[in-house]
Design a protein around this ligand. Structure first.
Ligand SMILES: [Zn+2]
Ligand SMILES: [Zn+2]
Length: 270
């Protein structure tokens, strides 16, 4: 199993554990590479959520210290998860994620609660989930242009509350066409996509993001992948990586990207 995870959160944003606890848990699991990617300032959508510039500075100082403590034992990477529509703050690496859509000058989080999202789709998109899907992926298509991210986080986060396709059918062209248009653009801009098991560990989904149909298409277009847990607590680091690796293999992938201590990506066999 892969012993590297680059999308995790700590108590500096909405995670349960401190960076020290997260890093220790990764080390105890035998991980060789571990990245922390706190949420950027998300106040424009959810007041008080994410790291202000001052908190980000303290976060980096804490992680620099931990990196020195673990030097020679585990590679520690200092990242940030930017939102497509949010402020562009910097760290050593950037995950580009789309957590919200702006409609009629209102920001709608797609991963907050099912009730809030359903209410917003009814009110702002006249209950047309496919119109909401189009707006989401049109936004997501711009994530590299806006954030200059290193890879795409949870590409189809808008499916968080769609297990069993209870709001929209992910096999229909009305879903797949805007999704694939965004994927083609971002892949063309050179970005890898992460397979993200976060909604599995939190009990929302039985499969990782992105869904298998999208993953197969990503492989067909020559795309690259990472595998990350999006852990918000120490006991879910590396969650369901075996299933994620199997799914990646079934979708045609044979290699996975990892961050390198010297910067950029290296690749490992699945
Ligand atoms: Zn996210
Ligand atoms: Zn995250």
């Amino acid at each position: 199993m892969l012993r590297a995870d680059f999308h995790t959160h700590t108590s500096f944003c909405d995670g349960k554990n401190t960076p020290r606890e997260m890093v220790r848990a990764a080390w105890e699991k035998g991980f060789t590479d571990f990245g922390i990617s706190g949420h950027a300032d998300y106040s424009f959508c959810d007041p008080g959520f994410g790291m202000s510039d001052a908190v980000l500075e303290r976060y980096k100082q804490e992680l620099f210290k931990l990196r020195e403590e673990y030097r020679g034992r585990m590679n520690l990477y200092i990242g940030i998860e930017l939102d497509c529509l949010g402020p562009v703050q910097s760290a050593e690496y950037v995950i580009g994620s789309t957590h919200c859509v702006c409609k009629n000058e209102e920001y709608v989080s797609v991963d907050d609660t099912e009730e809030r999202l359903t209410e917003a789709v009814a009110r702002l998109w006249d209950g047309d989930w496919y119109a909401f899907v189009r707006d989401y992926f049109e936004t997501e298509a711009t994530v590299y242009e806006r954030t200059k991210c290193d890879w795409v986080g949870h590409f189809d986060l808008l499916t968080k509350f769609n297990e069993g396709f209870r709001h929209f059918d992910e096999t229909r062209d009305a879903y797949l066409e805007p999704a694939l248009a965004a994927m083609r653009r971002l892949n063309g801009e050179g970005l890898p996509f992460e397979i993200n098991t976060g909604a599995m560990s939190r009990g929302y989904r039985t499969q990782p993001y992105p869904g298998p149909a999208l993953l197969k298409e990503l492989h067909a277009m020559g795309g690259r992948i990472l595998i990350n847990s999006d852990s918000h607590q120490a006991d879910t680091i590396g969650y369901a990586f075996r299933e994620a690796e199997r799914l990646a293999w079934e979708c045609g992938f044979r290699r996975v990207c990892l961050l390198s201590p010297g910067g950029g990506f290296r690749e490992a066999d699945l």
